[in-house]
Write a protein that binds this ligand. Structure first.
Ligand code: FES
Length: 107
């Protein structure tokens, strides 16, 4: 039997202080995580380091459900972390929650 590891609930920011389409980077146990509020107010969290050459994804341009890496334009899905063709790779994804106007991620 495998146990599901306990996940920490980490406070990111107040929802109203997160502009739409502007990424926010947080670091949890040395791991960079990029958190985004989409135009439809969903909040998504992915690994903050681009798999190409470590670009800061939180500084990328958000379009729809994707972020474009600011260094060389890799297109990364904010839903599943997959780098889109013609490039490839992936970053982690994290569950998010909005409770009482506060944004959290689970790590
Ligand atoms: S570091 Fe992200 S595309 Fe190159």
């Amino acid at each position: 039997m495998t146990m599901t590891p306990f996940k920490q609930k980490i406070f990111v920011a107040y929802f109203d202080e997160m502009p739409q389409r502007i990424g926010r980077e947080i670091v949890v146990d040395g791991v960079k995580i990029a958190v985004f509020r989409l135009l439809d107010d969903r909040v998504k969290a992915i690994g903050g380091v681009c798999p190409h050459t470590q670009g800061p994804l939180a500084e990328g341009i958000v379009s729809g459900e994707y972020v474009y890496c600011p260094l060389h334009d890799f297109k990364v899905s904010l839903l599943d972390g997959a780098v889109q063709e013609p490039d490839d790779g992936y970053v982690a994804t994290y569950d998010t929650a909005i409770d009482d106007d506060k944004v959290y991620i689970y790590v």
